[in-house]
Design a protein around this ligand. Structure first.
Ligand code: G4P
Ligand code: NA
Ligand code: NA
Length: 195
């Protein structure tokens, strides 16, 4: 997606250890107009598939998910919770995520009320790196007996394994920008997805 790639070139900062900082529009300050365009793009790519629910994970996935949900007919957003709270229902699906970036495992949880066998679910998230967060969301969908329609990612880091692992399973994965290479010296190389 042209607009997102342009924004990444202008404002993205490559940090050591393969981390792209995009705090000015995606992870801290949020560019709402860009989010609307991303939402439209996801809705176009997954049109006609009967998506009736979007599943994401807190925190950064939520805003993109809500911008996307607007472009489907009645389509709530459900997000995996990382922190146990007193008011979370007792009946939950949970799955473990190992975060390579944080070098630690955590649980994500969704109330059983909000994932149903009749649901046709689109997963949305901001980044795809090793794919552990997406794998855990897929696990939750499977536990609920719901149907996974596909996965929409804003920025895929194509030099990490997540994208290949998900595509190998025959899952429809659409990333609006795929970074095949990046370094502080040479900048960012995007995969050409126009073909
Ligand atoms: P994985 O899910 O693909 O295996 O990724 P990993 O554990 O490595 O990522 C941990 C967190 O860091 C995730 O956010 C992920 O979205 C984010 N992340 C991964 N690579 C990058 C990057 O290059 N730049 C930025 N800005 N973020 C990256 P999270 O812990 O779920 O946090 P939140 O921001 O959604 O709260
Ligand atoms: Na995220
Ligand atoms: Na993040």
């Amino acid at each position: 997606m042209e607009l997102l790639e342009k924004k990444i070139r202008q404002e993205g900062r490559v940090k050591g250890q393969g981390i792209l900082k995009v705090d000015s529009f995606l992870n801290h300050q949020l560019d709402v107009e860009l989010f609307e365009e991303m939402g439209k793009a996801f809705a176009k790519r997954f049109a006609g598939e009967g998506v009736n629910k979007i599943l994401t994970i807190e925190t950064s996935g939520i805003a993109i998910a809500t911008s996307t949900a607007r472009y489907f007919d009645y389509c709530p957003v459900v997000f995996g919770k990382k922190y146990v709270s007193l008011n979370l229902d007792e009946e939950i699906y949970s799955s473990d995520v190992y975060s390579y970036t944080k070098q630690q495992a955590y649980k994500i949880m969704v109330s059983k009320k909000y994932l149903n066998p009749t649901d046709r679910i689109l997963i949305i998230d901001d980044f795809l790196a090793n794919g552990k967060a997406v794998e855990a969301l897929i696990d939750l969908i499977n536990q609920a007996g719901a149907t996974l329609v596909g996965v929409g990612i804003a920025i895929e880091k194509g030099f990490q394994d997540g994208g290949a692992i998900i595509r190998q399973q025959g899952i429809a994965l659409e990333s609006l920008a795929i970074i095949d290479d990046m370094s502080e010296e040479k900048g960012i190389t995007f995969r050409d997805q126009s073909g």
